[in-house]
Design a protein. Structure first.
Length: 469
């Protein structure tokens, strides 16, 4: 029979049957249980005229099943079609990156995004907590990180290049940070919905906000900086002093304690080397460490971070620039620069998450820039996300097994508030969810028809999405 309720992502097996379940409280009528007979990633959901039953091979699969059930009952009223679903995901990591450092989002808005991820069976929120333009996490013993580092006195207006002349600023203070208790609350909120929060503290670059708070962490300790007011890449990176490494240890140890996820993302992207090249302290450290190239300093930070996090039972996750230096074997690579980076990472034996900018950066325009809100550039439509090639052509089955999953990115330079974040995320996140789940492949036209029928669920959840053309 035809599909009476369009599900996104589409489960592996959906068999609709005649009849409906008449109920005013579907959640009360759902029976739930775990079964050792099912694979750990699989769930089965059955709705008959007499009620609903959900069985899964693990708590994670149970959460996936609940989220599918949520889609079915949202907007269904008291009459729910009968169906039998057998389902499991292709990828363990089905994620969305959310940058709250460039523009801060209150807890309740992050919760809304978590709800939206869960609805689409995405199971990872990658929370980008620190950058040049704002430090958003409380760290005990470093109060100035949020007193100073979380406060930007003004912000550049519009898109700009590298030239500083002629820039306009809004002259408006932008600030905000999360207490450790608030973040623990977010972790629990997400856990109950089957979503894991993976924190990112970007180092050793993208650290101007931290250095503005504590100048001694930089390469010129007597220089005072402000939290960065423009976008782009700051030249100001962590210095090589014992104090800087103690800071890294303190931050990562506390972050690891707040977030129970087995990974902590340490950034590692876009690290200018100019300050290290000009620093006598850096040259002395290189001699001490037996390094011959300035670029190897970043590798020293990566190795140190890995050792610190290992003490807390965590693994390092980092952007693909870290491939340019020696890496611990258990580093997980998040590929963003080009599809070729996936090939390099897996060919070297690293587990990898596909986050490549050409298809998975949702700060790109969704249509003609003349008719869309200001964005960073590029053009990535919902159709591109659904139909574009995500894995390289020349990849072996053994290498493909190293691909943990797929993730979309929301960088927030041009996303000043929750409304714009949601507008840029959806409905592209719906296509991302379909790809990350590994749904049965359909034509774009078939998916678009199902997506249009799914959009009222976003309305029900209060998601302010971009309408389909």
């Amino acid at each position: 029979m035809p599909d009476p309720i369009a599900l996104v992502p589409l489960p592996r097996s959906v068999i609709w049957s005649a009849g409906t379940w008449e109920t005013t409280d579907p959640w009360d009528g759902l029976s739930v249980g775990l079964s050792e007979e099912l694979p750990r990633t699989e769930y089965t959901l059955s709705i008959s005229p007499s009620g609903a039953s959900l069985t899964a091979g693990s708590e994670a699969a149970l959460a996936d099943g609940r989220n599918t059930f949520a889609q079915i009952v949202t907007g269904a009223g008291g009459s729910i079609p009968c169906v039998t679903i057998a389902d499991s995901p292709k990828y363990a990591w089905r994620g969305l990156h959310l940058d709250v450092s460039r523009h801060f989002l209150p807890v309740e808005e992050v919760e809304t995004m978590i709800d939206a991820l869960a609805l689409h069976r995405l199971n990872v929120l990658h929370l980008h907590l620190t950058d040049d333009q704002g430090w958003r996490i409380e760290i005990k013993g470093y109060p100035r990180l949020t007193e100073i580092g979380a406060r930007r006195t003004r912000t550049v207006v519009g898109r700009h290049g590298e030239m500083a002349e002629g820039l306009e600023f809004d002259e408006t203070v932008h600030e905000g940070s999360y207490t450790q208790e608030e973040l623990r609350g977010l972790v629990e909120y997400a856990r109950r919905r089957g979503v894991m929060i993976v924190p990112e503290v970007d180092l050793p670059g993208h650290m101007q906000a931290a250095i503005a708070a504590y100048p001694q962490l930089g390469n010129v300790p007597d220089r005072e900086l402000e939290v960065r007011q423009v976008w782009g890449i700051s030249d100001h990176v962590l210095g090589v002093s014992d104090e800087a490494f103690d800071f890294v240890r303190d931050v990562l140890t506390q972050v690891a304690e707040i977030f129970p996820a087995p990974y902590v993302h340490i950034g590692g992207d876009e690290v200018p080397r100019g300050e290290w090249e000009r620093s006598s302290a850096a040259r002395s450290r290189m001699n001490e460490w037996g390094l011959t190239r300035v670029s190897e300093i970043q590798g020293r930070f990566t190795q140190f971070a890995s050792e610190v996090l290992a003490e807390s039972g965590k693994r390092v996750l980092a952007w693909d620039e870290v491939l340019e230096t020696h890496l611990p074997d258990d580093t997980v690579i998040m590929n963003w620069r080009s599809p070729a980076g996936v090939t390099e990472a897996v060919s070297r034996g690293f587990q990898t998450i596909v986050a490549t900018s050409d298809l998975l950066y949702f700060d790109h325009y969704q249509a003609d820039p003349e008719e869309e809100p200001l964005a960073i550039g590029g053009l990535t439509t919902v159709k591109d996300v659904y139909t574009g090639r995500l894995l390289p052509k020349k990849i072996t089955e053994e290498q493909e097994r190293l691909v943990l999953g797929i993730q979309g990115q929301l960088w927030s330079e041009y996303l000043p508030d929750a409304e714009q974040v949601q507008y840029m995320a959806f409905p592209r996140v719906c296509a991302l969810a379909e790809r990350a789940w590994g749904s049965p492949e359909q034509s774009w036209d078939d998916f678009e028809e199902r997506l249009r029928a799914h959009l009222p669920r976003l309305d029900a959840f209060g998601i302010r999405y971009r309408p389909l053309d």
